[in-house]
Design a protein around this ligand. Structure first.
Ligand code: GLN
Length: 269
């Protein structure tokens, strides 16, 4: 009896849904019901994908005025929707604290900040499947005499990097004679370059290219370094089900063209 009544209620809900936007239950903004139950995933806030970034890395994740935007932001919105969750972005958090925050648990479900998947970080957190390939680059001011990696590997040359980044690790290892200036983010790096406090910056090539083109036209890229990095979403080792669901959703978005659509919007191809 009760079962029958419940079925009837559910059916009338579906009918109502198809007649009016909104309908029964909680998803009043989104007429499409959750595709998968999210209950087996231990989310920080139920029904939400609580996610953090530094928003200092255009075109992947950055602030456009007070708006959080970028390739990865849109990708995560689409992933969350695919998983029946709502993406909830925290305000910007410094890059080198993101992986520790995921590891610590309780505050965020995932960190999305163009984080290169590497062995060191895999000791601390799990990663989704890779969602983007990247490399390192070196930039200097257009009016400088530095033209190559070798030119920078000299005593007295200052190279700015972001704290905790693969750019920092690369520069420390490959420019042993230079002085490495470890700064909070790449905006500070480019500011140091412009003011003459740094002679060069080392960071992920696509971001470097974007920043030079959009914001620092008096700088130029002098080297592309094929480090073969891949970005992944960092998830707690305590939440393997979330990593699994993210991977399934990522595969779906790659198969159905949504990933390509977002990629094209930001990279033109
Ligand atoms: N991909 C680089 C890293 O993982 C830089 C990421 C970033 O600065 N957001 O260290």
């Amino acid at each position: 009896m009760f079962k029958k009544a419940a079925t009837l209620i559910a059916l009338s809900c579906v009918l109502a849904l198809s007649l009016v936007m909104g309908g029964c239950g909680s998803s009043s903004e989104n007429a499409e019901p959750a595709k998968q139950a999210s209950s087996e995933m231990a989310m920080v806030n139920s029904g939400k994908l609580t996610v953090a970034s530094d928003f200092q890395f255009p075109p992947f994740e950055y602030m456009d005025g007070s708006n959080k935007t970028g390739f990865s932001v849109e990708l995560v919105e689409a992933l969350a929707q695919e998983m029946g969750l709502e993406a909830n972005w925290l305000d910007p958090i410094k890059f080198d604290t993101l992986v520790p925050l995921v590891k610590q648990g309780g505050k965020i479900d995932a960190a999305v900040a163009s984080i290169t998947i590497n062995e060191e970080r895999k000791q601390e957190v799990d990663f989704s499947d890779p969602y983007l390939d990247s490399n390192q680059g070196l930039a200097v001011m257009k009016d400088s005499n530095f033209a190559s990696q070798e030119d920078l590997n000299k005593a007295g040359v200052k190279v700015a990097v972001q704290s905790g980044s693969t750019g920092e690790a690369w520069a420390t290892e490959n420019l042993p004679n230079a002085e490495i200036l470890v700064l909070d983010d790449n905006t500070a790096g480019f500011a140091a370059l412009q003011s003459g406090k740094a002679d060069a910056v080392a960071l992920d090539l696509p971001v470097m290219q974007w920043m030079v083109k959009e914001s620092y036209p008096d700088a130029k890229v002098i080297a592309e370094i094929p480090t073969g990095e891949q970005y992944g979403i960092a998830v707690s080792k305590e939440n393997p089900e979330l990593t699994k669901k993210l991977n399934e959703a990522l595969k779906t978005l790659k198969d159905n063209g949504k990933y390509d659509e977002i990629h094209k919007k930001y990279f033109g191809n």
